[in-house]
Design a protein around this ligand. Structure first.
Ligand SMILES: [Zn+2]
Ligand SMILES: [Zn+2]
Length: 236
């Protein structure tokens, strides 16, 4: 283990420098740059509300969600964007350890949802083959360990190629993704229909992706769908 640390010294998930204290998971100065989501939460998606008198965020008021409840770990700021893409595109899987330790602090919320199955938002098969892994699955596995529930990355499949979401408005995004997710029939036969599912993704901005997944799950009879994301956008 020590040799491994010499060859690949643990790095900070934010500045990506080698950690001075190899026992810590993040530098002190960088910890301040991770802004954790606090109350008041949007009753639906879990975004931090700008106005505490509201029950729903601007987006959920405009586009009601099919999932039952969501929660995010921290704000999707520039630091998070860089950190999460380092995991995704530069294979910095070690960074997940820091996020897992923070998710653990929300164990109570996750346990309260009482889910039967944890499902990561799937990638296109060809994308996953190219990348070698699905980053949502890395987080889903950690959550599975924390709440001791099964994780299934075959339950949902991403089936059609979709136009890049960035080029579309929120409603178009949902439409574009509507057909993109489906429950894998083979897996459904094997594990049955869970009563409740926890969907896991790394980033939540408009929520269009998890919305489409939630619709696909409810269509086959999943009663409750919860959503957990690592980084979540602001209430605007
Ligand atoms: Zn740092
Ligand atoms: Zn909301």
């Amino acid at each position: 283990m020590e040799l491994l640390n010499l060859l690949f010294p643990p790095r900070c998930p934010i500045c990506q420098d080698v950690l001075e204290d190899s026992k810590s998971l993040i530098c002190e100065k960088c910890y301040k740059k991770v802004i954790f989501i606090k109350e008041p939460f949007c009753f639906s998606c879990g975004k931090q509300l700008e106005d505490p008198r509201e029950e729903l965020c601007f987006d959920c008021k405009k586009h009601p969600k099919s999932f039952d409840k969501g929660r995010g770990l921290c704000f999707y700021n520039d630091e998070m964007r860089v950190s999460l893409s380092a995991i995704k595109y530069h294979n910095q899987r070690d960074f997940v350890k820091f996020y897992a330790a923070e998710i653990k602090k929300q164990k109570k919320v996750l346990l309260n949802w009482n889910v039967d199955l944890i499902v990561p938002v799937p990638l296109h098969l060809w994308k996953q083959r190219k990348r070698g892994f699905n980053q949502a699955m890395l987080f889903a596995k950690e959550i599975g360990n924390i709440i001791n529930k099964p994780v299934d990355d075959k339950f949902l499949i991403r089936r059609t190629y979709t136009t890049p979401q960035k080029t579309l408005g929120p409603m178009e995004r949902v439409k574009n993704l509507e057909q993109a997710f489906a429950v894998n029939q083979k897996e459904r036969k094997r594990v049955g229909i869970p009563r409740s599912v926890l969907l896991v993704d790394d980033i939540y901005t408009t929520g269009a992706t998890v919305e489409s997944c939630a619709r696909a799950l409810k269509k086959v009879g999943v009663q409750k769908v919860y959503v957990y994301c690592i980084a979540i956008g602001r209430d605007i």
